[in-house]
Design a protein around this ligand. Sequence first.
Ligand code: FES
Length: 167
Amino acid sequence: MFKSPQIDQMTEADLGRRDALRVIGCLLCAAAVPAVWSQAQAQSLSAPLNLLKPTETLAADEFKLMSVAGDPAILYASKTQIVGGVKRGQVWLTVYSRICSHRSTVVIDPPQNQVMTCPKHHQAYDLATGQPTGYVHRTSDPLAQYGLQVRPDQSVWITGLIRPQAG
Ligand code: FES
């Protein structure tokens, strides 16, 4: 199909402006998210936070999406031991941040087969470890992880960060 050079030039100019706006938007987001994260880190350490009541249960591979001091997080139950996790009944529990360690996109999709995937550049994370996994290698930094405590009544509490977000 014929296109006039003028139309092609306008399209390239538009694309250039759009790319510039995208870069500015990314820079603003990159500057804003760490500030929010730092504030949430401080808040999350100030007092234990109740996650599960004594009678609430999670079976292996079940999860619960939540926020911790305003930050998106996921409580995950594994049938195998999780470093930094706690054992409760037949499963190991842990809580990871859902802020991608590549460029801080919030992971909104529920996990499948023990893997949580960032929608932005498709980095996958293994929920048994919080480490990046799969064929997409956007980062080698794991997800931030919170420490948990199981109290004698079997309620589960977040006690603070045990692995902060890298960077
Ligand atoms: S922001 Fe998550 S993979 Fe890039």
